[in-house]
Design a protein around this ligand. Sequence first.
Ligand SMILES: Nc1ncnc2c1ncn2[C@@H]1O[C@H](COP(=O)(O)OP(=O)(O)OP(=O)(O)O)[C@@H](O)[C@H]1O
Ligand SMILES: [Mg+2]
Length: 278
Amino acid sequence: MEQPLLEVKNLTCGYQNKPVFTQVNLSLYRGQLSGLVGPSGSGKSTLMKAILGLIHPWAGEIWFRGKRLQPGTSPPRVGYVPQVETVDWNFPVTAEEVVMMGRYQKQRMLPWASRGDRTAARELLNRVGVAHIARQPIGELSGGQQQRVFLARALVGEPEIVLLDEPTSSSDLQVQHELLHLLADLNQQGLTILLSTHDLNSVATHLPWVVCFNHGLICQGQPLDIFTPANLERTFGAQMVVFHQEDRILIASGGTSLRHQMQRNLPPSLLQGKSKSA
Ligand SMILES: Nc1ncnc2c1ncn2[C@@H]1O[C@H](COP(=O)(O)OP(=O)(O)OP(=O)(O)O)[C@@H](O)[C@H]1O
Ligand SMILES: [Mg+2]
């Protein structure tokens, strides 16, 4: 059987005395493009941080290419695009400098940029579609642009795996769509990708594999098989409706809609459209 590129074995993580998840097992195979979904606070970012060695697991192991990593160390050639809300955007650097920082990590610790660094940074900013803002301070960019700069930064180290924490959260639909296509292209070129998101429909449309997470692994597989009302309820603790159209699915919240709830509480006069316009 194929050896996983990255393997999480019996991983338990938490903060202070509170566990977030226990005994998680997850394998990422070379060339996999996977979505990580689960409710807010379920531990998606914590899982990524543990894989990256940014937090110390309480128990368990992380293996990369068949070798166990020392706890708290970062696997080689793994890129990371953090959740935008967690970054200090007041840091006085330009987009291009942010990308070049990723290159220093790969190479050496010289305090200046070489022409090669700058060229690589420019090429990647171009690749992710934001070359025009290369000289702008990172704090002055839109959320979607900041995420692309961080994607360029993750890619400049020539990683084998990239972990992206909610890369589409700050973008409009068109930009989200473009980013997912870009990730699919990178994946076609051999990059292994795990991205967390709250956008189940994007996962269903664009990603071949989904991992459902809620303080532990709930299930994983192809979105068409995995996104069933039962699995979604197990993952999110909420009822959802899944519409099928040929080989596509659309997921919608299945509980009583807010509009219906509000209508139930409104006086009949308002419901009959008696409001006046000037
Ligand atoms: N640095 C921290 N110190 C203490 N508790 C933390 C810390 N970071 C996260 N937590 C807690 O751990 C739990 C899991 O958080 P995590 O950020 O991993 O969830 P998530 O699934 O990424 O959520 P979201 O979808 O909102 O990003 C939450 O209860 C959170 O409050
Ligand atoms: Mg998170």
